[in-house]
Design a protein around this ligand. Structure first.
Ligand SMILES: C[S@@+](CC[C@H](N)C(=O)[O-])C[C@H]1O[C@@H](n2cnc3c(N)ncnc32)[C@H](O)[C@@H]1O
Length: 248
């Protein structure tokens, strides 16, 4: 393959109208080209990963993929469910600025005491205290109606997934918007099972892929899997399996 071929292929794959890029969930398999054994070294020190000194809990592949998606999508609104330390919200905001996108990040967590002081004082992100079990209280229909599109909605709290997806579906996801369900890869939940204390979180998290598939069964023409971002590092080669979705 020559450099010319590389450039041509990238152009072909990123072309939004190419019919082989966006496909229905029924055409996707629940598997990954990276073996189970790869996930231990990828996860065991992942708590050391930071952005501007703040914990950034994204997979290494996602760290490469998100900037490409942000540049392509140019989201005006990013909604993140699960802020943790605030690192990912600041990282997303920095990329919006880097790409001169006039967007805003809203990041919700049930426990905002986890936020890093530098994330809190940054001032560009709206950090919202809220519970995925009662999402409409934080992201009210009135608030959502005012948020400009395109949206990027990222579910990263691993709680009440189906209801959260249905809520954003009902309350305004539009054609062209993206929905990402983080951590659908069941192999990584196998690792967390042996290394994490919160049993409820592990059980619900381990079901994310199944839950997503069951929800998508009723929406399979509306939310298409973006195979470009999924398969760059091998089939489903990241923490996210079949969960980078574009609204048709
Ligand atoms: C995986 S972490 C988020 C990681 C972060 N987005 C990042 O990439 O750095 C999950 C977060 O979800 C939050 N969480 C757990 N249960 C929740 C709930 N019921 N509602 C909202 N947030 C919740 C936890 O407090 C935790 O901070």
């Amino acid at each position: 393959m020559s450099y010319q071929d590389v450039i041509q292929q990238a152009r072909h794959k990123t072309e939004p109208l190419k019919s082989d890029r966006f496909i229905k969930i029924s055409q996707r398999e629940d598997r990954c080209d990276l073996p189970r054994s790869a996930w231990t070294p990828l996860l065991e020190n992942s708590y050391l990963q930071t952005w501007k000194g703040i914990v950034l809990n994204k997979g290494v592949m996602e760290i490469a993929l998100y900037p490409m998606l942000l540049y392509e999508l140019r989201p005006q609104t990013i909604i993140e469910i699960g802020a943790l330390n605030g690192g990912s919200a600041i990282w997303l905001t920095d990329h919006l600025e880097l790409f001169r996108i006039e967007g805003k990040v809203y990041s919700m967590d049930i426990d905002l005491s986890l936020l890093d002081e530098n994330a809190k004082s940054d001032g560009r992100v709206d950090f919202l205290q809220g519970d995925s079990n009662n999402i409409a209280t934080t992201f009210t229909p009135q608030m959502l109606a005012k948020l400009p599109h395109p949206w990027l909605v990222i579910e990263d709290a691993h709680v009440n997934l189906v209801a959260v997806l249905e809520y954003f579906h009902q309350q305004g996801l539009m054609s062209g918007d993206y929905l990402i369900v983080e951590d659908t890869n069941p192999l990584m939940w196998g690792y967390w099972k042996d290394n994490w204390d919160d049993a409820d979180n592990i059980e619900e998290g381990g079901r994310k892929l199944e839950d997503l598939r069951s929800w998508l069964k009723n929406h399979e023409d509306e939310y298409l899997v973006d195979t470009y971002y999924h398969d760059i590092y091998g089939y489903n080669g990241s923490k996210n399996w079949n969960s980078i979705l574009k609204k048709a």
